[in-house]
Ligand binder design. Structure first.
Ligand SMILES: *[C@@H]1O[C@H](CO)[C@@H](O)[C@H](O)[C@H]1NC(C)=O
Ligand SMILES: *[C@@H]1O[C@H](CO)[C@@H](O)[C@H](O)[C@H]1NC(C)=O
Ligand SMILES: *[C@@H]1O[C@H](CO)[C@@H](O)[C@H](O)[C@H]1NC(C)=O
Ligand SMILES: *[C@@H]1O[C@H](CO)[C@@H](O)[C@H](O)[C@H]1NC(C)=O
Ligand SMILES: *[C@@H]1O[C@H](CO)[C@@H](O)[C@H](O)[C@H]1NC(C)=O
Ligand SMILES: *[C@@H]1O[C@H](CO)[C@@H](O)[C@H](O)[C@H]1NC(C)=O
Ligand SMILES: *[C@@H]1O[C@H](CO)[C@@H](O)[C@H](O)[C@H]1NC(C)=O
Ligand SMILES: *[C@@H]1O[C@H](CO)[C@@H](O)[C@H](O)[C@H]1NC(C)=O
Ligand SMILES: *[C@@H]1O[C@H](CO)[C@@H](O)[C@H](O)[C@H]1NC(C)=O
Length: 555
């Protein structure tokens, strides 16, 4: 080899050597790993720019590690992979990072020891792997440290957990991805754990296991700055029924924490709670690493918001102590539309009720009576259901109308058809009795007072055409609170000239107008006019159970 070629060779190697020495050591790692297991180390750093290029070297070799993916030890992106580790791999490794005009270096001391075994007590001299801590009394989790580049596909269904070499089957422990949830942690949970999983790389299958030394602490409160959930903030979120929705939980935590981040509903992992329908799912965790802390995002996705989701807390958990929830609520409708709609609904309903009650009140009441009123006579000591008070109009036409109503129609319908018993002055008194006595004695035996009103415009004066006694008595009765039924023979246009008590009665109970056409045919209890009268009469079953006892008055 000539001098020029040697020089050429030196000039190619020298800058590298010089650079390696100049390179700033940004990290030093000590790794103790069992043989015959896949293992990988990443040397990226958040300090580096996207342009940074990493190169792995095994000391003292100056040749970079192979990038051939089939090689047992090779580099992929910024990772060095051992598929699997061999005894001879123990040693020092360096990762040189060429970032624009700076150079960084990561230094790794790797020790390979014998495969984990459960048969002998040899465990004692073997490193115990990662230490993780569980907090007594709460729900906590362990993490299986399976850090590999994307080219290594982990079969998460194959993950198995062991405690002191026995597979964990207890219900208190829940497998969840690379995690093991430990509910209601107790002091007995301290011990040596291992997780195991299958991994495929470039068509080759491997089994990885990791050992975890678990210590248990009693926590009294939580004073740490981390983890801190910045969202959600125990608030409510509007969501349309049937829509899809994604909510992010944002957590700030220390770097290299082992905290579990998850969404729970009713204390159950969302993925487990909705394991059947998968309608609500937890998303993959994303992480942005900063110099001293990391910001994590875990999403929850509702494929379709359902009624049962409203008001149900969905809680994001970060580690042992931090939790925050949100509630869903239906979107508030436009205020004005809502108000108008509500108003319209109320007015409509009121109108409907009013209409219905006006139209059917009487029918409903009569139907109720016919269905439920007892047939036995009421024991109130009264002999008659109504006292009929009527004037004697001077004109013939009027008189015949009043007479028809009082002497024919009322007895026919109320007495014969309905079974009421009426006291009609001029029909029911005994001959020779003094008028005042008749009224005074009999009216007290009546439950109602029927007052027949003849129309006024024809010069008819109620006061003049009733006996003084009658007037005095009805005044007294009204004061006693006896119920009165006003029947207008013809439409009364003005009550102004009527006695005040009549005006009062009309105001209080209203009046019924006789259609008068009863003269044309046989009056019937089912006609509208008679229903109105019957409605005002004392409750009685219709049709009456027996008509034999009443309506016997002959005219
Ligand atoms: C480092 O990067 C610079 C420019 O990007 C390049 O010229 C140099 O060859 C690189 N060195 C190594 C060892 O990759
Ligand atoms: C790596 O191990 C060697 C020998 O075992 C030791 O001398 C050296 O200090 C270690 N380096 C680091 C960074 O731990
Ligand atoms: C994991 O790999 C082992 C050995 O290759 C195999 O026996 C086992 O069935 C695998 N488990 C799963 C869940 O694929
Ligand atoms: C937690 O475990 C303790 C005993 O270890 C038991 O007394 C307690 O009831 C458990 N709590 C729950 C919520 O299961
Ligand atoms: C477990 O933690 C306790 C205190 O929290 C400590 O005293 C003890 O040394 C730890 N045990 C191990 C094996 O690290
Ligand atoms: C949730 O977080 C992810 C990752 O940070 C982001 O891409 C996504 O837009 C966020 N979604 C919502 C609804 O905020
Ligand atoms: C919530 O969990 C409790 C206890 O596990 C259970 O009794 C209850 O039915 C659950 N509620 C719903 C809505 O799932
Ligand atoms: C989460 O990651 C897995 C594999 O890493 C992928 O198959 C899945 O689609 C991801 N889910 C979401 C919601 O991004
Ligand atoms: C928010 O709710 C969680 C329970 O879901 C509770 O632990 C936490 O203290 C609440 N935070 C605030 C600020 O009220």
């Amino acid at each position: 080899m000539g001098a020029p070629s040697l020089l050429l060779c030196l000039s190619a190697v020298l800058p590298l050597l010089l650079r390696a020495d100049e390179c700033q050591n940004i990290r030093s790692l000590t790794e103790a790993q069992p043989a015959k297991q896949p293992f990988a180390i990443d040397c990226t750093s958040p300090l580096l720019t996207a342009a940074a290029r990493a190169t792995w070297y095994r000391h003292p070799s100056e040749a970079p590690v192979s990038t051939d993916r089939q090689a047992r030890v090779h580099q992929e992106q910024s990772w060095i992979l051992f598929l699997p580790l061999a005894w001879g791999d123990s040693g020092t490794y360096r990762c040189l990072i060429n970032d624009t005009d700076e150079c960084h270096q990561v230094h790794v001391n790797l020790t390979v020891f014998g495969k984990y075994g459960c048969r002998r007590n040899s465990q004692r001299i073997l490193p115990d792997g990662h230490e993780q801590i569980l907090h007594v009394g709460g729900d906590d989790s362990l993490s299986c440290h399976l850090n590999f580049p994307e080219s290594c596909v982990l079969d998460l269904n194959s993950v198995k957990w062991y405690k002191d070499c026995k597979e964990i089957k207890e219900k208190r422990f829940e497998k969840w991805g690379k995690r093991l949830l430990v509910n209601n942690v107790s002091a007995e949970d301290r011990g040596s754990y291992a997780c195991k999983a299958n991994l495929t790389h470039a068509g080759r299958q491997f089994t990885v296991s990791r050992r975890i030394a678990v210590n248990v602490t009693e926590t009294v409160g939580y004073a740490g700055r981390f983890p801190k959930i910045t969202y959600p903030i125990n608030d409510t979120i509007e969501a349309q029924l049937g829509s899809s929705l994604t909510v992010n939980c944002t957590i700030t935590d220390s770097r290299d924490n082992t905290n579990l981040r998850c969404w729970r509903v009713n204390s159950t992992l969302v993925d487990h709670y909705y394991s059947e329908s998968k309608r609500v799912q937890e998303g993959n965790e994303t992480c942005v690493v900063f110099q001293e802390h990391a910001v994590y995002t875990v999403s929850i996705t509702f494929l379709e918001v359902k009624m049962e989701d409203y008001g149900f807390p969905f809680t994001c958990h970060a580690g042992f102590m931090s939790a925050a929830h949100f509630l869903l609520r239906p979107p508030a409708p436009d205020g004005r539309v809502y108000l108008m709609g509500g108003l319209l609904a109320v007015v409509g309903a009121a109108a409907l009720v009013l209409c219905a009650s006006r139209r059917f009140r009487i029918d409903i009441a009569l139907w109720y009576r016919s269905a439920f009123i007892s047939t036995s006579p009421s024991a109130d000591g009264k002999l008659y259901d109504a006292y009929v008070l009527y004037p004697k109009p001077p004109q013939d036409r009027q008189r015949s109308a009043v007479d028809t109503l009082v002497l024919r129609a009322l007895p026919e319908v109320l007495e014969r058809q309905c079974g009421y018993k009426l006291f009609i002055f001029g029909r029911d008194e005994f001959p020779g009795q003094a008028v005042a006595n008749v009224i005074d004695e009999n009216i007290k035996l009546c439950r109602r007072l029927i007052i027949i009103l003849a129309p006024e415009p024809l010069g008819f004066d109620l006061l003049k055409n009733m006996s003084e006694e009658q007037i005095a008595i009805y005044n007294a009765l009204i004061q006693d609170g006896m119920k009165a039924i006003l029947i207008e023979v013809e439409k009364v246009r003005s009550y102004a000239s009527m006695p005040v008590s009549i005006q009062y009665l009309r105001q209080k109970h209203g009046s019924v107008q006789w259609s008068g056409d009863a003269a044309a045919g046989a009056p019937c209890a089912k006609a509208r006019f008679w229903k109105k009268v019957r409605y005002r009469m004392p409750p009685k079953r219709f049709p009456p159970p027996s008509t034999a006892s009443s309506g016997a008055h002959a005219l």
